[in-house]
Structure formats: structure tokens, C-alpha cells
Design a binder for this molecule. Structure first.
Ligand code: BG6
Length: 468
């Protein structure tokens, strides 16, 4: 293919993302401040990578000044991270703020402002306090919605005058899908009703936090970050298309529709009723969801999800699972990232852009995460010690190109954020797969080094053009 160049609009976000738990480390964490992820990591050593894990993570909490300088060196316009709910408060019931942790965010925001990096903050990136899971069953309890709103009040009171872009959740569907739908992760227990209850309470929490933010009269915007898995059927045959529609309903529209349209898809409600999924919701909850919709959505886009019609009949005596309606389909010859086992297909961006335009009224969105995790990346180090991650440059370029084309065609796409700014701790497998523009060299005191992609990313900012 001959080279093409496309302009990057002046207001287009060129950023990178991270989360609190995946970078900060446990330095300064007090007894009782464990998050759900901390609790899981403490009891399951196999998720640590060669002994490295969340205890120190990237040590961002101590090294953020160095890292903000690197954000600038990479040409980032925006940096997205979360505030760790489990650490921001000393008491989740009274919402008593941990001054030590809160003042670290004051300094981080000062440092970012001084370096011209716009912060984007998310209130929950899997950081549910562990004690709330133990005591109330986590998001299964409506009480936890109230406690989350109290936490959000404290966060907004402290920072909303200086942070212009807020997000309620990052990927709110993930934890309960792994824990209650698929029973793959601690404390693992299959219950589709619990899964839907968590979904609903997170949708309700989104609406209530949106209402809270607006009532505060803050100048910024409030959105949420979702991970719609662009779902493609094996064929255009009706039974395969039906499988894709069902997947989309249970895993994508269950959050997209309430956030943007203010309602659950009627077909989803009908199916849940048909399968006697005992989740609780009230008319008042639905009215709140209808009344308080987000201003924008960040979308985490990694790979397409391909499905086909199920080949087996479901046994009525086993608990209902959405997989009743679909089976995964592996396209022969698909391009893969072998480290993560994810297909590489940049047209997912065009697909979601079209959807945002046609099905969601040209709703404002941006790519909140997109990236490539690579195992044992040190093998790509050159003689000067720099990781030559040409595969990452190609990956970013191809996805960013699709986003820019969509924007040219009228999609309300606000920007592109890479996952991740630095290598960091994955909830799945700690430091095994490296995603960063910046290498974290674990064997050498977590020394930071720009990878080849970091220099390339900076050029995007300087030239405001992408060539591929
Ligand atoms: C996203 C999450 O789903 O994917 C991140 O928001 C996560 O927290 C990223 O780290 C990459 O996935 P993984 O499982 O390889 O870390």
C-alpha cells in the first residue's frame, strides 16, 4: 500500500491511559483500604509476574513527577487515570477522606497543569473497596450505590473545579462478568441474577453521579468509559446474525443504552424476564437512568468479537447464561496478537463510529483505550537499550487512521487514547504483557525508558499528521 497522510484536527485528543491501581502501588496504603483487586492478588499469587505485582506497581505514587515529564516528552495532550475509591476514603460509610492520598492527587494535578497535560479522571476502574464486597456483596447491594455517590461527592468537592473531564466507571461490565457470569475469578460463583444486579446498580450509580455532578454546577463534562466488543457474526445467515445481536444485547447494549439513551433495550428486559433472572429494579431507578444521561462516552476498543449460532442446545436445568444464544467463532487466518490472544482488526473503529452516528444520534465519543500487550518485550531492545516496538506503532497508526477517517466522515469522535502510557500491572497477569509507550524496567529499579513508539507518538503531536 502506498503511503497516506491524514490531518489530525487541532482539538483531537492524543492521549494515553492508565488506572490508579495498575500504577500507584501500595505505598501509604492503610489497613482496611484494600480494593477488590488487592484482596484477590493477596490470595492468588499466580497472577503476580515473577514476584512483581500491585504492591509497588510502577511506583507512580512516588515517581509521578518523572512520569509527568515523560507525558510531556511523548507529546500527550491528555492523560487518563482513576482515583482509587478504596484509598481515597478512610471510612466508606461516612466518606471520611484520607488526606494523605487526596493531597497526592492535588500535587499530581498541579504537576500536570504545570506541564500542560489535561487530566481525565475516572471514579472507579475496578477499585471497589474489598470490605464492601465482604459486607454487602459489592454492587449487588443498592447500599453500595449510595456509598459510591457519597465518595463521588467528596471527590468532586475537592477536584471538580480543576478537572474538566470526568468519568464514572471504566468497563463497568468486566468484574461481574468474570466473577458471577463466568465464575472464572475470585470469589467466583455463577449467578446470572447477581451479574445483572451489578450491571443495574452500576447503571443507576452512573445516573446518580451524573445528577450529582450537574447539581454541583461544575464547568466540565461527565461521561463513562465502556468496552463495547464490536460483534460480528460468522455469516450473514439469520441464525448467525441473531447470535451477534444477542451478544451485543447482553454485553454491549446493557451499558451503552442506559448511558446514552437512558433506558434498557426492551428486548433485554424481555429476555431476562423470560429466563426468570431475579434481579431487582424499581420504577424510580429507571426514571433516574432516563433523566441523567452521560455527556460523552469513552470506548475501550481492542479486538472484534466474532460469534456464530450455538451448536448445542441449552439444558433447561442449568442456570441461564447468555451463551445460550451464541458461540465464539474463530475466523481462519485472522491476524493475531499472540501474547494476548486477541485478534487485530482496525475496522472495529469504523464499525463503532458508524454505530455511534447511526444508532446513538451522533453521540460524542472517543477511543479511551486501544493498545497492544506484548510478552517479553525486552527481546526487542536495540544496542542503545531502546525497545523497537514497530508492531505497536503500526497498531496505533492503523486504529488511529480509522478514527480520523470516521471523524472526517462526520462521526463525533473526539480523540484517541493509547493503553497504556507506561507498562503497568494488568489485573489478569501483572507485568507479563507490556503495553506502554514507556518501558518500566523491573530489573533495574523500575527505570523508565521511552520506547520507539514514544518518539513516534510525539511526532504525531508536533506534526498533527498521521502517515501510514
Ligand atoms: C482494559 C482495562 O480492558 O484492558 C485495563 O481497562 C486493562 O485495565 C487493559 O489493563 C488491557 O488488558 P489486560 O488484561 O491485558 O491487562
Amino acid at each position: 500500500m502506498s503511503k497516506v497522510t491524514i490531518d489530525i484536527p487541532p482539538d483531537f485528543i492524543l492521549g494515553a491511559a492508565a488506572s490508579a491501581w495498575q500504577t500507584e502501588g501500595w505505598h501509604g496504603k492503610k489497613a482496611g483500604q484494600d480494593s477488590y483487586l488487592d484482596a484477590w492478588y493477596q490470595q492468588d499469587r499466580h497472577v503476580w509476574h515473577n514476584g512483581y505485582g500491585p504492591a509497588v506497581a510502577t511506583d507512580f505514587i512516588n515517581r509521578y513527577r518523572e512520569d509527568v515529564a515523560l507525558m510531556k516528552a511523548c507529546g500527550l495532550t491528555h492523560y487518563r487515570t482513576s482515583i482509587n475509591w478504596s484509598r481515597f476514603l478512610l471510612d466508606y460509610e461516612t466518606a471520611q477522606v484520607d488526606e494523605e492520598y487526596a493531597s497526592y492527587y492535588d500535587s499530581l494535578l498541579d504537576e500536570m497543569a504545570a506541564n500542560g497535560i489535561e487530566p481525565m479522571l475516572c471514579l472507579e476502574h475496578y477499585e471497589l473497596p474489598a470490605i464492601l464486597l465482604e459486607k454487602y456483596g459489592g454492587w449487588g447491594a443498592k447500599k453500595v450505590v449510595d456509598l459510591f455517590v457519597r465518595y463521588a461527592e467528596q471527590v468532586f468537592a475537592r477536584y471538580a473545579h480543576r478537572v474538566k473531564r470526568w468519568f464514572v466507571f471504566n468497563e463497568p461490565i468486566v468484574v461481574q462478568t468474570r466473577v458471577y457470569l463466568d465464575a472464572l475469578r475470585w470469589p467466583g460463583q455463577q449467578s446470572t441474577a447477581t451479574w445483572m444486579q451489578w450491571n443495574h446498580h452500576k447503571n443507576l450509580a452512573t445516573a446518580r453521579v451524573v445528577a450529582l455532578f450537574r447539581a454541583g454546577g461544575w464547568a466540565g463534562t461527565i461521561g463513562t468509559i465502556l468496552n463495547p466488543e464490536v460483534t460480528w457474526p460468522r455469516s450473514s445467515a439469520p441464525h448467525d446474525r441473531k447470535a451477534a445481536e444477542m451478544y451485543d444485547l447482553f454485553y454491549n447494549r446493557v451499558f451503552l443504552d442506559p448511558a446514552i439513551k437512558g433506558e434498557y433495550p426492551p428486548a433485554l428486559l424481555q429476555l431476562l424476564a423470560q429466563h426468570q433472572i431475579a434481579w431487582q429494579y424499581s420504577e424510580e431507578d429507571l426514571a433516574l437512568i432516563a433523566a441523567h444521561r452521560v455527556d460523552e462516552v469513552g470506548l475501550n476498543l481492542y479486538y472484534p468479537h466474532r460469534v456464530k449460532a450455538p451448536s448445542r442446545a441449552w439444558h433447561a436445568d442449568t442456570p441461564f447464561h447468555p451463551a445460550y444464544y451464541y458461540e465464539p467463532f474463530e475466523l481462519p487466518g485472522r491476524r493475531m496478537n499472540p501474547s494476548r490472544g486477541w485478534e487485530i482488526e482496525p475496522r472495529i473503529v469504523a464499525d463503532i463510529a458508524r454505530r455511534m452516528r447511526d444508532e446513538y444520534g451522533n453521540f460524542p465519543w472517543f477511543i479511551a483505550e486501544n493498545g497492544m500487550g506484548i510478552e517479553n518485550e525486552a527481546r526487542f531492545r536495540d544496542a542503545d537499550g531502546e525497545i523497537q516496538d514497530d508492531y505497536r506503532i503500526a497498531f496505533i497508526a492503523e486504529h488511529l487512521y480509522q478514527a480520523l477517517l470516521a471523524r472526517q466522515a462526520g462521526s463525533n469522535c473526539q480523540g484517541y487514547m493509547l493503553w497504556a502510557f507506561t507498562d503497568n500491572v494488568s489485573p489478569m497477569n501483572a507485568f507479563k504483557n507490556r503495553y506502554g509507550l514507556i518501558e518500566i524496567d523491573l530489573e533495574h529499579q523500575r527505570q523508565r525508558r521511552m520506547k520507539k513508539s514514544a518518539h513516534w507518538f510525539r511526532q504525531l503531536r508536533v506534526s498533527r499528521q498521521l502517515t501510514l
